[in-house]
Write a protein that binds this ligand. Structure first.
Ligand SMILES: C[S@@+](CC[C@H](N)C(=O)[O-])C[C@H]1O[C@@H](n2cnc3c(N)ncnc32)[C@H](O)[C@@H]1O
Length: 224
C-alpha cells in the first residue's frame, strides 16, 4: 500500500514537472543530453533527407543541433565529408571538391552542444560544419543567405517562437525552405496544427509533412 502511494506521488510529480516545463519553455540542458542521443523514431535521418531534399553545395542552417543527431548526415548530403568528396571525384567532378562542398551552419544557445557536435564532425573527417553560439531570436546571418533551415525538437523550447520564425524567414533565400521536426514525448512538443498556425502568422506557407501527428517533419516555404 505504501509502495503504491509512493509510486502515485512520483507519477504525479513527474506529470507536474512535465506540465510546468511545457508552460515554461527553456533549452534542454546539456546535462540531459541522453534524451537527444536516444533514437528518434519516425523522424529518422532518412525521412529528414526525403523532406529536406538537400543538394550538394547548399548552405544549410541547423538551429539547436544538440549532440548532432542529424548534423553529420546533413553535412555529408551537402557534400562535405571525405566520403562525399570521394564520390564527387568518382563522378568526375571537374571542380574537384570545391564547387560541390556545401556548408552546415550549426547554431545553438549552449556552447557544450556545439563543442560536442564539432568533435563528432571532426571524428568523421567533416570540415564543412560551422558552429555559432546564440539565440534563435537573433540570428547573426545575412538576409537571404541560407538555402534551408532545419529545426528539430527546438521550436517549443524557444520562449518567443514567432520571433525565431521571423528571423528564419529573414535569413532564408527567396526559394528557401524550413523543415520542422517534432516528436511526441518531448515536453516541448509542438503539434502540427500549432506549427501551421505559427507558420501562417509569420509568413510561412505550409507545403507538406511526412510522418504522423505524433512524429513528423513539416516542410514550409517563405514566399516573397
Ligand atoms: C531537444 S534538443 C534537440 C537536439 C536535436 N535537434 C535533436 O533533435 O536531436 C534542443 C536544442 O535546441 C537548443 N536551443 C533551445 N533553445 C534555443 C534557442 N533559443 N536558440 C538556439 N538554440 C536553442 C538547445 O540548446 C538544444 O541543443
Amino acid at each position: 500500500m505504501r509502495a503504491r502511494t509512493l509510486l502515485g506521488a512520483a507519477a504525479l510529480a513527474t506529470l507536474g514537472a512535465a506540465l510546468w516545463w511545457r508552460k515554461n519553455p527553456s533549452a534542454c540542458p546539456y546535462g540531459q543530453r541522453f534524451w537527444v542521443e536516444a533514437p528518434h523514431p519516425i523522424i529518422t535521418r532518412e525521412r529528414l533527407r526525403a523532406v529536406l531534399r538537400p543538394a550538394p553545395g547548399e548552405r544549410l542552417l541547423e538551429i539547436g543541433p544538440g549532440t548532432g543527431y542529424y548534423t553529420l548526415e546533413i553535412a555529408e548530403w551537402v557534400g562535405g565529408g571525405s566520403a562525399a568528396r570521394g564520390g564527387d571525384a568518382a563522378r568526375g567532378d571537374a571542380a574537384g571538391d570545391g564547387a560541390n562542398t556545401g556548408t552546415v551552419e550549426i547554431f545553438d544557445l549552449q556552447q557544450e552542444f556545439l563543442d560536442h557536435t564539432m568533435s563528432r564532425a571532426a571524428e568523421r573527417g567533416l570540415q564543412n560544419v560551422v558552429p555559432t553560439r546564440g539565440d534563435a531570436t537573433a540570428l547573426p546571418y545575412e538576409d537571404a543567405s541560407i538555402d534551408a533551415v532545419v529545426l528539430t525538437a527546438v521550436l517549443g523550447e524557444i520562449p518567443d517562437p514567432a520571433a525565431a520564425l521571423r528571423e528564419i524567414r529573414r535569413v532564408l533565400k527567396p526559394a528557401g525552405r524550413l523543415i520542422v521536426g517534432e516528436l511526441f514525448g518531448d515536453p516541448h512538443f509542438t503539434t502540427l496544427a500549432s506549427l501551421r498556425r505559427q507558420a501562417a502568422e509569420t509568413g510561412f506557407a505550409y507545403e507538406d509533412h511526412s510522418g504522423n501527428r505524433l512524429a513528423y517533419f513539416a516542410r514550409l516555404s517563405a514566399p516573397q
